[in-house]
Structure formats: structure tokens, C-alpha cells
Design a protein around this ligand. Structure first.
Ligand SMILES: *Cc1c(COP(=O)(O)O)cnc(C)c1O
Length: 372
């Protein structure tokens, strides 16, 4: 991944520095409104990362020790860690082999009476089947939180991922489509949750520093509960607003490049590229290919072959339950998770990738597939 940054972002950052207001203030408020509108949510609460967004979403749900939260193991480790932050227990569910996402059936297989929430991930930007998962969770009486870290610009049934979500968490790390350097957001339609999230990100204060400043009068704040410092800066938000203006172009270019990869790879045996599911369209934040068991070169060796050719690819999405941080943590059989974690790799895909560069990647993969 290479972020698509330019003069617009540089100017936005320097204008904010020159304004003299650099911490959370008017730019954060403007970015929150613009972002929430873009994803079809009533409220956006900007925070320092998606990891802190997930943490606050779980705090807002009142989860704690003794509670279980169903999560995919197949995700960046922050998804499972957020559950541990509130003292609850992550319970790993398997995923669909084609999409890398939880399904109602994989969640149902690990649900227990202690399950208090489900945390789905729109993995690599592939939209999860939210209609089916929301219906299932409603039937079980469980809140559904969406880790949409990778999914800005992805759609479900023609609407943005995040629309209608109880709570969705977003990332603006440079590894994702839209970046503020570091940053995150929680979106929700619930005004009370939004107010609580705003308080929690700012030490539990009942009135923000920006509001106190704007009032022009002495306002004494009070601290209603134990909060955090999870704020985004106005410098980051200004960059985010410039990035948001480019989002449609970013998604269009990624989808175009992904379609070209898929076309070029169609006759390379033993490689299955990620595709759009029936219910939506992805942003192709991560263009991954799954190697057939009989592919002549193992995944790690293939990464080395690509690196030797000067091509930077990455292993596919990780399996959290296989990491030392989760050693000894109970996990049932997760065959699709382990298969994807073992046999997938993510190909180079960024806004300024050229067709020549793409052809070179494909040529190396084609040569590897033809090995005896
Ligand atoms: C990147 C990512 C995160 C963490 O995002 P940060 O903004 O870096 O904290 C969480 N969940 C998923 C699925 C991610 O891909």
C-alpha cells in the first residue's frame, strides 16, 4: 500500500497549523460530520485509531468481565484485543472461505449463554453479509458491532458499509484507503451513545475544550466517569477532509486495478483472487489471492520469490488465535481461518500502481505457477 497524498493534504495540514488550533476542535467536528454523512450514519465520533474506536464501542455497550464477544480470529489482532481491553473474553468464530468474513452459521457455532455481543469485520474491504448477520443477532438478542477498519468505500446492497450499523469502527491508518496518519472514528445513529463516546474519548469530561473555548465565558467542566485520551487532532482531521474528497476516485481506481489483476490472473492455475460477494461491492483495500493446496510453491516461498523480483507483497490476513498473545486461549476448529492465514497473500495495489508494474507482478506469479 502507498497512501495517495498530495498538495491538498499538505495545504490542509499547514493551514491548520497556521490557524493556531491544532488539537481536537473545529476541523475534527467538520470531519466527523462529513464522514458520517458519507457512510450514511447520524453521528461520527473521531478518535485516535480504529483500535481505540473498537475499545470505546465495547465500553459503550457496557461489556466487561464474564462477558464473551464473538470475533473472527482471521483479522488484524486489534479486533480481538479490543475485547480484552474491557475485560471480556474474545470467542473465535470461523469465516467463509471465499469472503474471509463471519457468517450467521459460524457465529452460531460458537455462541454460548455468556455471549453478549458479536464483532464482525468487513475483512480487507470485502463487505460482510450484514443483512443476514443483523437478522441473526436480532434473533439472538445480541448487539452487532462492525469493525469497518478496511471498508470505507465498500457497499452493501448499494449503500455504504456502516449504514444502519449499531456501532461501526473505522481506521485512518496509512494501510487503509483513507488516511490521517493515525486516526479512527466510531459511527452510530444513536445520539446518546454518540454523546457518551465523545465524553469517553476526552477523559469523561461533560464539556469539550473546544466548546468551552467557543462559549467565551468561564465554563467549569466536570468529569462524569473514567474516560480516556483518545482524541484526534485538528491537523489529522484537516488531512482527513482532503482525503475524503478523493475517496470516490480512490475506490474507482482500486476496483479498476483489481479487475485488471483478476483478468490477467484468470489463466494462472492454482490462484483464486478475492472477488465481490453477491450482496455488495468491496473497495479492494486488500487484493488477496488464495493458493491451491497443489500450488507448486508455498506461500512464504512465493513471498520470497516476489521480494527477490523487487515486488513487495504481504502474507494474507493473520489468524489471531495462532499468535503468542493468544497462546492457551481456547479456540475450536477454525479450518477456513487457518487455510486463508496459511495460503493467502496480498498483492501490491495502490492508487498510482501502473499497468507495467501490475504486469510484472503477474509475470512472476505465472512463472511460479508453472514450476514443476
Ligand atoms: C487496521 C485494522 C485495525 C486497527 O486499526 P488502527 O487504526 O491501526 O488502530 C482494526 N481492525 C482491522 C480489521 C484492521 O484492519
Amino acid at each position: 500500500m502507498v497512501p495517495w497524498l498530495g498538495e491538498e493534504e499538505a495545504r490542509a495540514a499547514s493551514d491548520t497549523v497556521r490557524s493556531g488550533w491544532v488539537a481536537q476542535g473545529p476541523k475534527v467536528a467538520e470531519f466527523e460530520r462529513a464522514f458520517a454523512e458519507r457512510v450514511g450514519a447520524r453521528h461520527g465520533v473521531a478518535v485516535s485509531s480504529c483500535t481505540t474506536a473498537l475499545h470505546l464501542a465495547l465500553v459503550a455497550l457496557g461489556l466487561g468481565p464474564g462477558d464473551q464477544v464473538v470475533v473472527p480470529s482471521l483479522s488484524f489482532i486489534a479486533t480481538a484485543n479490543a475485547v480484552r481491553y474491557v475485560g471480556a473474553e474474545p470467542v473465535f468464530a470461523d469465516v467463509d472461505l471465499a469472503t474471509g468474513n463471519l457468517t450467521a452459521a459460524t457465529v452460531d457455532a460458537v455462541r454460548t449463554p455468556a455471549t453478549k455481543a458479536v464483532l464482525l469485520v468487513h475483512q480487507g474491504g470485502v463487505p460482510a453479509d450484514v443483512a443476514a448477520l443483523r437478522a441473526a443477532c436480532e434473533g439472538w438478542g445480541l448487539p452487532l458491532v462492525e469493525d469497518a477498519a478496511c471498508a470505507i468505500g465498500s457497499t452493501v446492497d448499494g449503500a455504504s458499509v456502516g449504514r444502519g450499523a449499531l456501532l461501526a469502527a473505522w481506521s485512518f491508518h496509512p494501510r487503509k484507503l483513507l488516511t490521517t496518519g493515525e486516526g479512527g472514528m466510531v459511527t452510530t445513529d444513536d445520539a446518546e451513545w454518540a454523546a457518551r463516546l465523545r465524553r469517553l474519548r476526552e477523559h469523561g469530561m461533560n464539556v469539550s475544550a473546544a466548546e468551552r473555548h467557543a462559549s467565551g465565558k468561564p465554563v467549569l467542566e466536570s468529569y462524569l466517569e473514567t474516560g480516556f485520551n483518545y482524541r484526534m487532532t485538528d491537523i489529522q482531521a484537516a488531512v482527513g477532509l482532503a482525503q475524503l474528497a478523493k475517496l470516490d476516485a480512490l475506490v474507482a481506481r482500486r476496483r479498476e486495478l483489481a479487475a485488471r489483476y483478476t483478468e490477467l490472473l484468470a489463466d494462472v492455475p492454482g490462484l483464486t483472487p478475492v472477488t465481490d460477494p453477491a450482496h455488495g461491492e468491496g473497495n479492494f483495500q486488500s487484493y488477496w489471492v488464495l493458493l491451491a493446496e497443489e500450488f507448486p510453491v508455498g506461500r512464504d516461498e512465493l513471498l520470497a520469490v516476489l521480494a527477490e523480483a523487487g515486488i513487495s507483497a504481504r502474507r494474507g490476513i493473520m489468524a489471531s488465535h495462532l499468535e503468542p498473545a493468544y497462546a492457551g486461549h481456547p479456540a475450536g476448529p477454525l479450518p477456513a481461518t487457518e487455510r486463508i492465514a496459511r495460503d493467502s497473500l496480498i498483492l501490491p495495489l495502490f492508487h498510482t500502481l501502473t499497468e507495467e508494474q501490475q504486469d510484472r507482478v503477474v509475470a512472476v506469479l505465472r512463472e511460479a505457477a508453472a514450476r514443476p
